[in-house]
Ligand binder design. Structure first.
Ligand code: SF4
Ligand code: MG
Length: 328
């Protein structure tokens, strides 16, 4: 994705111009074939909008999304529909994302029909196979979504997403609506399916805990922008952005050393309608200074594959190293 932006008009026209929320504001991002990229941020940071832009479930206000060398943000609808076979979405809410009037079999079969895959008999077998593969029973095809639990419905949603034989799967907080006890099962399922189907995964999450063990890289979002990006292990070991460091605090950390390094994140995310000047995080950042309120830091590559948007990332890096050097 290059310079992706999405503005949603809101409220009344002011002086002939309608106000707008910049839900996503200039995001550039690479997703490598076969990897799992996690996009993390608090609610309202634009991550769900970004996910929808990446698959063009919504059109961007600006920017481009390249898949297989083509800018899908500019493809005619017909071509985009054909490409949907490759690019599938798993929704956050397994209760509203399945049509209650369709049988589970019809729901899973639909993408195959739309893309003209196989004949009716083949598709029926395929539905049975997919149901079994996601840990459900083939007979469930004749039943309806309301007969299933949240976890089961999300498995149905995953089976539907797999039905067209996709290459890329984007999950918008696919487990956050589920009981904690079920979350790990569904995450494990996604991990297995990723190997088996050779998928590229983008997982949207609101905290760092869920995706820690399954993502290769992490992009951290704040108010429509990516503020830090890097390999998962490196980012967890040495966060360079004060916001990433604060998000770490939300994770139960066994080590007192690591806990000490975490800082508390006060207050809510400011309204994206009028984002703060300069660095958008400066109203909540514990180390903000005058420069932060005036200059907007650019996302820069500070080490191979490691990007951060902060004027004082070196200070954060030093503090992290100092804390790590202390005896437990
Ligand atoms: Fe904090 Fe300043 Fe860095 Fe923004 S640029 S994260 S306000 S230190
Ligand atoms: Mg969301």
């Amino acid at each position: 994705a290059r310079n992706l932006a999405k503005r949603f008009p809101v409220g009344m026209k002011l002086f002939g111009e309608r106000q707008s929320v910049r839900a996503v504001d200039g995001v550039s991002l690479k997703v490598h074939r076969g990897e799992t990229l996690a996009v993390v941020g608090e609610s309202g940071c634009g991550k769900s909008t970004l996910a929808r832009l990446l698959l063009r479930l919504i059109d961007p206000s600006e920017g481009e999304v390249f898949y297989g060398g083509r800018n899908i943000a500019a493809l005619p609808q017909g071509e985009m529909r054909r490409l949907r076979k490759d690019l599938q979405f798993v929704f956050q809410d397994p209760f509203s994302s399945l049509n209650p009037r369709m049988s589970v079999g019809a729901i899973i079969e639909e993408p195959m029909r739309v893309h003209g895959l196989g004949n009716a008999a083949w598709r029926r077998e395929e539905v049975a196979r997919l149901l079994t593969r996601v840990g459900l029973r083939a007979e469930f095809a004749d039943r309806y979504p309301h007969e299933f639990s949240g976890g089961q419905r999300q498995r149905i949603g995953i089976a539907r997403a797999l039905a067209s034989g996709p290459k890329v799967l984007i999950g918008d907080e696919p487990v956050s609506a589920l009981d904690v006890s079920i979350q790990a099962q569904v995450i494990n399922l996604l991990e297995d399916l990723k190997q088996e189907y050779d998928l590229t995964l983008v997982l949207i999450a609101h905290d760092l805990a869920v995706i820690r063990h399954m993502s290769d890289r992490v992009a951290v979002m704040y108010l429509g922008e990516i503020v830090e990006e890097g390999a998962t292990a490196a980012l967890y070991a040495h966060p360079l952005h004060p916001y990433t460091r604060a998000l770490m605090r939300a994770i139960p950390i066994p080590s007192p050393r690591a806990r000490k390094a975490a800082v508390k994140l006060d207050g809510d995310v400011p309204s994206p309608l009028s984002p703060p000047s300069g660095c958008r995080f400066h109203t909540r950042c514990p180390i903000a200074d005058l420069r932060c309120a005036a200059d907007r830091p650019a996302l820069r590559e500070v080490a191979p594959g490691r990007h951060v948007a902060c004027h004082h990332w070196q200070r954060v890096a030093r503090e992290e190293t100092a804390v790590l050097a202390e005896p437990e």
